[in-house]
Design a protein around this ligand. Structure first.
Ligand code: ADP
Ligand code: MG
Ligand code: MG
Length: 514
């Protein structure tokens, strides 16, 4: 697309200006916690034995232009998307039918489903569920048309970067509003004169959801009663810790709720469910204070979304242990499964039952139609049909991406690699994947990225917008809290297929609306 808005954007930098801007950005990042732990594999042997180092998160030096209509539409639809995924999670029969078709080809999905069945058999003791979601989009461009909003995917587990993206917004806003001529201000450009990125309330929204769940849990179910807390379950060796601290800090400082962090491999050592208590409260025993104990109102998973995190049966035992407890899960196993790519493909089917209208019976049909407009074409690969044709033909494959039921980036197969990849699998396994048409984002914008090893890259980029939402509901479908707020822009080189900041493909960015 030749959008005049991109002409000469961003302004060119002399080597001295670029060095100044890079230095200012690195220092701002450390000063304000726009940081990640370094990858130990990239450090010299024996460096940082005590894990004290932090480095800037990968960020762009300039905000990226993004169409205002698309940004506003994504925000307008978020609470409806929240409701949709809550409603799907409540409909165990509908969800189960789709999931059961995956279990013979996908061990991870099978084990999650088994976890649900085991807890269902015993009986769930918690009716409430919490979702902290991020719906991801690109602004899709076709010749002679205004850009439209298309969804890349919907995340129901460990939706990350709310904390850091709010900081990138502040970084860019600060650079934009520095007094003209001051050393860290941007060189002049019409787009940079047009205002600052919109406010980003991701931290308030996401921690607001956790606080709503904490409150809705009610009083302690233990005898005698125990103090209540929220538990962040995190990956051992997590590098994106500062993003998580942005949420826990807000919970402790603003909502006055105690928060503990627990690595997933310590769950069975540090939490218990008293066998004598039919309410099954989840009790957390802080290692620094063995005499004290807290009752967990809400388990927030920033772990357990990927099969490689389940190293042994002990991890599945830990997952069942949390699931069967009285703590409100963010997310439940069922809500995690509702986020499968397969579900997104079924929702997008253009013919057959109108799932959206059934799940969103209280929503205006015009709004449902707008939500449907955000779907890109997606195809089932279970048995022949259009999906097979498009995927196996080398010409049509070029316009598609092949996705498995995985999260966290780095799992998809793109374009020319699709036919050969599929042929390397038995046909019976193809149904574990969905084929999705590639969204075509505007690609002639440039930006400059500062990677977390200090490397500076300049080139044509494409951007992916994420919008955050949170919803608290019970298993009858009653909604107690439903909010949207905050956003993420991730930007990558236009030749890069994958996305994902943690996976090393993209940089954090912010939006300049036009
Ligand atoms: P994950 O859950 O692993 O993040 P995604 O569906 O988000 O999986 O795919 C990873 C990345 O692949 C996205 O961030 C995006 O860059 C790219 N991608 C996925 N689907 C599409 C699509 N339909 N069009 C263009 N790019 C896509
Ligand atoms: Mg995802
Ligand atoms: Mg993604």
């Amino acid at each position: 697309m030749d959008d005049p808005i991109y002409t000469d954007y961003p302004p060119s930098l002399s080597p001295a200006q670029q060095e100044y801007l890079v230095t200012a950005t690195k220092d701002w990042a450390i000063l304000n916690g726009l940081t990640v732990r370094p990858n130990p594999a990239t450090l010299p042997e024996g460096a940082d034995p005590n894990r004290v180092l932090a480095t800037n998160a990968p960020v762009t030096l300039f905000p990226s232009p993004f169409p205002r209509v698309c940004f506003e539409e994504a925000q307008a639809l978020q609470t409806v998307y929240n409701e949709l995924y809550a409603a799907i999670t409540c409909n165990e029969e509908w969800l189960g039918k789709i999931i059961e078709d995956l279990i013979d080809v996908d061990d991870f999905v099978a084990n999650l489903w088994k976890t649900h069945l085991a807890v269902q058999k015993e009986g769930y003791v918690q009716n409430l569920s919490l979702g902290l979601y991020r719906s991801d989009y690109m602004a899709h461009v076709t010749p002679n048309h205004a850009p439209t909003l298309k969804q890349v995917e919907f995340n129901t587990i460990s939706s990350s970067f709310g904390g850091l993206s709010a900081l990138v917004r502040s970084l860019h806003a600060e650079l934009l509003t520095s007094p003209p001529g001051s050393p860290i201000s941007y060189p002049p450009h019409p787009l940079l004169q047009s205002g600052v990125p919109p406010e980003n309330t991701a931290v308030e929204t996401l921690s607001g959801g956790l606080a709503a769940a904490h409150k809705a849990y009610g009083p302690s179910k233990s005898t005698p009663g125990l103090p209540l807390c929220v538990l962040f379950v995190v990956q051992e060796g997590e590098r994106n810790v500062f993003d998580q601290y942005a949420l826990s800090k807000r919970l402790t400082q603003f909502h006055k709720i105690p928060v503990f962090r627990l690595a997933s491999n310590r769950i069975l050592d540090q939490t218990t469910i008293p066998s004598s208590n039919p309410s099954r409260p989840l009790i957390y025993h802080p290692p620094h204070s063995p005499a004290s104990a807290f009752e967990v109102t809400t388990v927030y998973l920033r772990a357990y979304y990927s099969p490689d995190e389940y190293k042994s049966g002990r991890d599945w035992e830990a997952r069942i242990h949390m699931e069967r407890s009285a703590a409100i899960k963010c997310p439940t196993v069922l809500n995690q499964l509702a986020g499968c790519k397969k579900i997104q493909q079924v929702l997008a089917e253009p013919t057959g039952p109108d799932h959206l209208s059934s799940f969103l019976s209280n929503i205006d049909p015009g709004v449902i139609a707008r939500l449907r407009e955000t779907f890109a074409p997606q195809y089932d690969l279970s048995a022949g049909g259009q999906g097979w044709e498009l995927a196996l033909n080398p010409e049509t494959a070029l316009k598609h991406v092949l996705k498995p039921q995985r999260e966290g980036g780095g799992n998809n197969i793109y374009k020319s690699e699709i036919p050969g990849f599929l042929r390397s699998l038995p046909e019976s396994d193809w149904k574990g994947w969905v084929l999705m048409e590639l969204i075509n984002p505007a690609a002639n914008a440039e930006n400059v990225a500062l990677r977390n090893d200090g490397e500076v890259l300049r080139g044509n980029v494409i951007s992916e917008l994420g919008v955050y939402g949170t919803i608290l509901w019970d298993n009858t479908g009653k909604v107690f809290h439903n909010e949207q707020g905050g956003w993420l822009l991730r930007t990558k080189g236009k030749e890069v297929n994958e996305g994902g900041v943690a996976a090393g493909f993209s940089s954090l960015d912010s939006v300049l609306l036009y």
